[in-house]
Design a protein around this ligand. Sequence first.
Ligand code: BTN
Length: 259
Amino acid sequence: MQLPQSRELAAELIWRDEVASTNDALRELVAEHPELPSRTVLVTDNQTAGRGRLGREWVAPAGGALAISVLLREPAASRAPTWLPLLAGSAVRRALSPFISEEHRLGVKWPNDVLAFDEAHVGLKLSGILSEMLADGSIIIGIGINTALSAAELPAETATSLALLREGEPPEPDDILAAVLRQLFTLLDSLAEGEMDALRELVASDSSTLGTHVRAHLPNGVIIEGEALRLSDDGALVIAGDADGAEVLVAAGDIEHLR
Ligand code: BTN
């Protein structure tokens, strides 16, 4: 696929007709070509063994989703690794919002699931992000976006796709990818400019988690319930504690929105 707009934005753009996992393929490319520049992008619409957060799978039939991996090896990104997954979630929310019809609204469930909400306030997952650090400190941001999936093809009842959130044809892959890269690179440029306070506010304003009552499932099996108050200086979710009023910081885990 040619992807001319995206090629203008990426330092290098690599299209693969089929790949097991774009994050793994980009990691292998970096090992073979250590000189690959920051903002190299590897993308496919046929990922056969996609990986999700917390050891899960990311599944999509051929042609139904875009799998995008972006290599970051720039000082500002390396200094703020815990913020990158959150910035990516905001970038994707902002990039995809113009592609959906007005009755839907996108929000980011902490840390970075992009969900579509309608009047019933049901959040359906449109995009998931897996951020990984390489041994040399480079970071790969992996973004999966359900683009053309029909209702029958959705991997779960809690998922949705761009095609299902708008009238007419699904958007062109190059339009989607270029919009995501534009937003992501703009936020990374702000990070390099030291605009951390503004970025923190931007991430908070894109969040559908802050201010709601949540149940946090931590990777060690512990469950915490309470109001999601704010983001910590590292981007962790601060949850109001139980009876004693103590606050709990959640750095990794799955969030359930309760109300
Ligand atoms: C999640 O929701 O758990 C994260 C899903 C991340 C999927 C993307 S698709 C591109 C990149 N390559 C992968 O193998 N995973 C990420």
